[in-house]
Write a protein of this length. Structure first.
Length: 168
């Protein structure tokens, strides 16, 4: 796979943005761990856990997972069946990469469209979490951004695979 530093122009910008999203996802997971540790400590010392820990964990982990997806796509770290490609030619592997990029593109666009309508519904119905009363639609915003970036990363991956197929 092509590294982010090797890419130029729009593809390079997409690659760098995917790295930023992945780092943000990692920081978000660290924050979730800290909230859970704080809650456990509060339970042990004061007899009361931090309220809403489950809600924050649920929303935080969901958002973090989506923040990782664009980086996984552009770096080629998504699940692959090496058993099928171990003896395949470079051209065949590149063609399979093109198919995988198209599937990722379709998945990201379909899910982004559904999440957009979900965001509108959650916002219209003023759905909030039970304990902290956080609006549920807040979590949809970074997820939508990540899905749009996933679509862009899939396009870059498709371009990379196309070039690899032509070169072999």
């Amino acid at each position: 796979m092509v590294q982010a530093a090797e890419r130029r122009g729009l593809a390079g910008a997409v690659a760098r943005l995917t790295e930023g999203f992945a780092l943000a996802g990692g920081l978000l997971l660290v924050a979730v761990v800290c909230v859970n540790a704080w809650s456990i400590l509060a339970q042990a010392l004061a007899g009361r856990p931090f309220p809403g820990t489950f809600e924050l964990t649920e929303m935080g982990v969901a958002v973090a997972v989506f923040l990782f997806l664009p980086y996984c796509q552009i770096s080629g770290a998504n699940v692959s069946a090496d058993i099928f490609t171990a003896r395949a030619s470079r051209r065949w592997v590149a063609r399979l990469g093109m198919v995988a990029a198209c599937v990722a593109l379709g998945f990201s666009l379909l899910l982004a469209e559904r999440m957009w309508f979900g965001l509108l519904d959650q916002r219209a119905y003023h759905l909030t979490t039970a304990i902290l009363q956080l609006p549920v639609w807040w979590a949809f915003v970074p997820v939508l951004a990540a899905l749009i970036l996933l679509a862009a990363a899939a396009l870059v991956s498709l371009q990379d695979a196309r070039r690899a197929a032509k070169a072999s």
